[in-house]
Design a protein around this ligand. Structure first.
Ligand SMILES: Nc1nc2c(c(=O)[nH]1)N[C@H]1C(S)=C(S)[C@@H](COP(=O)(O)O)O[C@H]1N2
Ligand SMILES: [Mo]
Length: 220
């Protein structure tokens, strides 16, 4: 998974915040490793999702035709996109590994539109610093800084291994972020907010993860 990391970064005496910052400086322009199609993991993949809520089930019953992802905050043209609209944009694919903090991982081909393209469409303000993203499941929301939001491997993913993205893996729409641990790749995305401060979200820690004791920046 991770390439060589300087031992300095593993120094347990360093405060967590310093660790995140130094890792950030080293990795902000790097690409996550990409794999050959022969390395795609065979099912079954390890994933367990809790039962989805009624709002999700209604949209699923309609074949996700009414699924929308809204984009608001520091943008010129707030918008609400259907899956069909997202699929009409230039799509990209990447074969990357999804690594859970619990130690398991799998390799898959992810197909989607780069988040940077969507941010262009809505006219993101130059002072914006973060993108906060929300799942239809209110327990799951995360945020990333602009280095990750504009990174070429950061996708709004709607496909996997040549097919629609399965619900078990976050279909119909997932934020896919291969340079960070799996928990940052939030499933069932319905809203993105562009902001210059994370203070107004949840407990102000940037995402649900630090509220539960996990790092906000989960670089690998
Ligand atoms: N909405 C939502 N997103 C989520 C999760 C979840 O339970 N709900 N689990 C996260 C965690 S901890 C991991 S490791 C990955 C697992 O992705 P997978 O099911 O495709 O293996 O999804 C992440 N995104
Ligand atoms: Mo995870």
């Amino acid at each position: 998974m991770a390439a060589t990391i300087h031992p300095f970064l593993y120094n347990p005496a360093l405060p967590a915040a310093a660790l995140g910052t130094s890792q950030r400086l080293l990795t902000r322009h790097s690409l996550a490793r990409e794999f050959h199609s022969s390395q795609i993991s065979k099912p079954p993949l390890a994933n367990e999702i809790p039962p989805l809520n009624d709002a999700f089930k209604r949209l699923q019953a309609g074949g996700f035709a009414d699924w929308r992802v809204s984009v608001n905050g520091m943008v010129d043209r707030p918008a609400s996109f259907s899956l069909a609209q997202l699929k009409s944009y230039p799509s990209r694919s990447q074969i990357t590994q999804l690594a859970c903090e619990e130690g398991w991982s799998y390799i898959a081909e992810w197909i989607g539109v780069p988040l940077s393209h969507v941010l262009d469409v809505v006219g993101m303000h130059p002072q914006a610093r973060y993108v906060v993203y929300f799942s239809i499941d209110p327990d799951w929301w995360e945020s990333i800084d602009m280095a990750d939001a504009l990174h070429p491997q950061t996708f709004l993913a709607f496909g996997m291994n040549g097919n629609e993205l399965p619900v078990g893996n976050g279909g119909p729409l997932r934020l896919r972020l291969p340079r960070q641990l799996g928990y940052k790749s939030v499933k069932f995305i319905t809203r993105l907010t562009v902001t210059d401060s994370l203070k107004g979200f949840g407990k102000g820690l940037g995402s649900a993860s630090p509220e539960g004791g996990y790092a906000w920046y989960a670089g690998i």
